[in-house]
Design a protein around this ligand. Structure first.
Ligand code: HEC
Ligand code: HEC
Ligand code: HEC
Ligand code: HEC
Ligand code: HEC
Ligand code: HEC
Ligand code: HEC
Ligand code: HEC
Ligand code: HEC
Ligand code: HEC
Ligand code: HEC
Length: 406
């Protein structure tokens, strides 16, 4: 530490006399106190000028530049770099005017690990725009502790920094994550990748791990259910052969919840379940829509069963799996959450009965046809009856010409 080897000499400050005087006085006072005993006190001598915005303005091209130079030891002590003084990072600035050849420690010189991770990220080598460097996210002199970046005001400030470059990706006010979750929680701080990259934290196959770092219970359930398994085995891009599946692959967390615009699940989200599940299970939705529950849903009822009431959400299994809510052994209980009358006979009711599917739903198939035949029969008899009636009227009209004896 050499900041007091050379005394601070002359002050080439143009501008009003009083201001010059003020700086001189504070400098002299400052030098008096700044006996070279400790580096903390040494740093206070930097404060003499670097704490004075008015003074700095005269030496800076504009106000913004002056603000960037306004740095005090007290300010630094409130940051993660509290243990450092100016001179620990800035060598050769003790003389005035600052001689050429002053050195500044870069972030990298002390944080190699983060630099290595960062240098492989999209932020180090963007296809468009300027790189986002350490200080673009952390600032230079107001560096917060990482644990404070997980929640609270420092996190909100960090998010605002992301949004200053990514305006279109700001949280909507209704987003369940707004003000409570760090953007970097889903995109990573230093290993940010384009969202369609398989290495990105938001790649479908990594979501269980990423979203699961905060939603542990849900992720544990979702990991090995029918969807989790299909995702892990076939991947999100593989076409599955499930009948009626009008979609590529299995759902990841964001397929059902989206990434930006995640809403609390007790609001409109629940009502749109048929839309969410229906992107893939078209046939199940069609048969549901025809069912009692579906008709009541269409009429706006919120009490009737929707998909997840019978299938669960993160523990979805086929009917043959004993863990499934719709497994024969569990149906009485599953339906029983709403139907007190739920007994073995009651659950014979088929929520997806398809009247065109003779193999799986013979009873419904045949009764639909019987009803249709009956209806057709009735209408045919009526039709023939009406036709004969009309013919008879026509004949009668011809036998008695209008206005005959009126
Ligand atoms: C007498 C006033 C004064 C004192 C005391 C002072 N500086 Fe400066 N410093 C300035 C001014 C004015 C500038 C901007 C013009 C320039 O670069 O010379 C500046 C610029 C700097 C820069 C930016 C250099 C660059 O090239 O961007 C650093 C870093 C710096 N000072 C560090 C220090 C440190 C560390 C101390 C204490 C050891 C200190 N200064 C003490 C007035 C001062
Ligand atoms: C933990 C290290 C660290 C400490 C402590 C530190 N600085 Fe810096 N400072 C930096 C880095 C890194 C830069 C950025 C250099 C660059 O942009 O190339 C910088 C830049 C600056 C600049 C130039 C700002 C600009 O945008 O032109 C000034 C002036 C400055 N520091 C003054 C100080 C003063 C005064 C103190 C003490 C009160 C201090 N610094 C403490 C690391 C530090
Ligand atoms: C002279 C070495 C040095 C320089 C230069 C430096 N740092 Fe640090 N930084 C440290 C030390 C030491 C800590 C405290 C680490 C700890 O105790 O975990 C720290 C803490 C941090 C933390 C909080 C770490 C945590 O675990 O919460 C962040 C973030 C950080 N620095 C970012 C930066 C950035 C950005 C720059 C450049 C503007 C920078 N550092 C420059 C040494 C340095
Ligand atoms: C895109 C924004 C962004 C950039 C660029 C960035 N960081 Fe960070 N950094 C963060 C966030 C956010 C955290 C908080 C921890 C987290 O969310 O993982 C963090 C955490 C840290 C930590 C605490 C330890 C850790 O790894 O969690 C250090 C040290 C750090 N950053 C240094 C750096 C350095 C050095 C650079 C430049 C090479 C840099 N950061 C670039 C956003 C960024
Ligand atoms: C819950 C996880 C999550 C959080 C939190 C989150 N994102 Fe995203 N982000 C995603 C997903 C998933 C995508 C992929 C596109 C989509 O689903 O909307 C994405 C896409 C992006 C993209 C690429 C945009 C595009 O259209 O290609 C950017 C940039 C981005 N996010 C920035 C942010 C910023 C800034 C924040 C904080 C304000 C943030 N994200 C918070 C999950 C998240
Ligand atoms: C200084 C501006 C800047 C800041 C601050 C910044 N970014 Fe970026 N970000 C960029 C640029 C530039 C790209 C690359 C765009 C490109 O290549 O088209 C990028 C790319 C991304 C991508 C990939 C987008 C895609 O198309 O898939 C994500 C995700 C992202 N940033 C998230 C964040 C998050 C989260 C933060 C805050 C922790 C953040 N960014 C902070 C400038 C910034
Ligand atoms: C097949 C669609 C689907 C998938 C895939 C899915 N969810 Fe959900 N999620 C839902 C539905 C529907 C609800 C509403 C449940 C309710 O109303 O009881 C929900 C509720 C939630 C809730 C709030 C209620 C709770 O149980 O804590 C969280 C958090 C959640 N999901 C996170 C996730 C995460 C993380 C993943 C990925 C591991 C994921 N979800 C995958 C459909 C899905
Ligand atoms: C960094 C931690 C974090 C990450 C990562 C995260 N979340 Fe969240 N999530 C939260 C917090 C905190 C809440 C708000 C809880 C509250 O408001 O009580 C929340 C709320 C939610 C809700 C609404 C819950 C409800 O009860 O209505 C859903 C759904 C959700 N998250 C899904 C996801 C999905 C999907 C992902 C990944 C794409 C994800 N989250 C990633 C922390 C996180
Ligand atoms: C009242 C309870 C109930 C509701 C509501 C319900 N299901 Fe089902 N679901 C069942 C039962 C019981 C079976 C097994 C018997 C069968 O296939 O008819 C089943 C079977 C399935 C199957 C596997 C067989 C097939 O048809 O491919 C899927 C997929 C399915 N349901 C999706 C959905 C979706 C999507 C919704 C919402 C639109 C929904 N279910 C609503 C009870 C229900
Ligand atoms: C992105 C497409 C997609 C979405 C969205 C989706 N699923 Fe699935 N679902 C699948 C795939 C793929 C399988 C696995 C098929 C298999 O087992 O062969 C599956 C399996 C199932 C099964 C087990 C079927 C069986 O016979 O094994 C049920 C029940 C089911 N899903 C219900 C739902 C419900 C309820 C929702 C909405 C909350 C939903 N799914 C949303 C793609 C999807
Ligand atoms: C989330 C609650 C809920 C669940 C779970 C549920 N239902 Fe229903 N169901 C209703 C409501 C509400 C009605 C309308 C009752 C009315 O209007 O009398 C209804 C109506 C019915 C009806 C026609 C009217 C009646 O009461 O006879 C049948 C049959 C039926 N459900 C069978 C089932 C079966 C079988 C299951 C399980 C596979 C089931 N439901 C699961 C809420 C539910």
């Amino acid at each position: 530490m050499d900041e007091h080897d050379t005394p601070l000499l002359s002050l080439p400050t143009p501008g009003p006399f009083m201001r010059r005087l003020g700086v001189w006085v504070s400098l002299i006072l400052g030098l008096g106190f700044a006996a070279p005993t400790s580096s903390q006190q040494g740093a206070r001598s930097c404060d003499l000028c670097h704490g004075e915005l008015e003074f700095l303005r005269q030496h800076a091209p504009d106000l913004d530049a002056a603000r960037r130079m306004q740095v005090t030891q007290g300010g630094v002590e409130a940051t993660a770099h509290a243990e450092y003084t100016c001179a620990d990072c800035h060598g050769g600035f003790s003389a005035w005017p600052h001689p050429d050849g002053g050195t500044t420690e870069s972030c990298v010189s002390c944080h190699e690990e983060q630099d290595t991770a960062w240098s492989r990220s999209i932020h180090a080598e963007p296809e468009t725009g300027e790189p986002a460097e350490c200080a673009s996210c952390h600032t230079v002199h107001e560096v917060a502790w990482a644990e404070d970046l997980a929640e609270g005001p420092d996190m909100i400030r960090m998010n605002a920094g992301c949004v200053s470059c990514h305006q279109a990706s700001a949280f909507a006010s209704f987003d369940a994550h707004a003000d409570s979750v760090s953007c970097a929680g889903c995109h990573s701080a230093h290993e940010t990748r384009t969202v369609d990259s398989p290495d990105a934290l938001m790649a479908p196959l990594r979501q269980v791990e990423t979203c699961g770092s905060c939603h542990e219970d849900v992720a544990t359930e979702a990991m090995d259910d029918a969807h989790g398994e299909a995702l892990a085995e076939d991947g999100p891009e593989t076409l599955t052969e499930l009948e009626g599946l009008g979609h590529d692959g299995a759902p990841s967390c964001t397929t059902c919840h989206s990434g930006h615009g995640i809403v609390a699940v007790d609001g409109p989200f629940a009502l749109d379940e048929t839309g969410t599940c229906g992107t893939c299970h078209e046939h199940a939705v069609e048969t549901f829509d025809d069912s009692y529950h579906g008709q009541a849903t269409a009429l706006g009822s919120e009490d009737v069963a929707s998909c997840s009431d019978c299938h669960g959400t993160h523990g979805v299994f086929g009917e043959d799996d004993p863990r499934s809510m719709i497994h024969q052994a569990n149906l009485v209980e599953s339906c029983g959450t709403c139907h007190e009358e739920s007994r073995a006979a009651f659950v014979q009711y088929q929520p997806h009965a398809d009247h065109n599917d003779r193999e799986n739903y013979p009873a419904v198939y045949w009764s639909y046809r019987a009803m249709t035949a009956l209806l057709l029969g009735v209408f045919s008899v009526f039709g023939i009856h009406s036709a004969l009636w009309v013919m008879r009227l026509a004949l009668d009209a011809r036998r008695q010409p209008v206005g005959g004896d009126g």
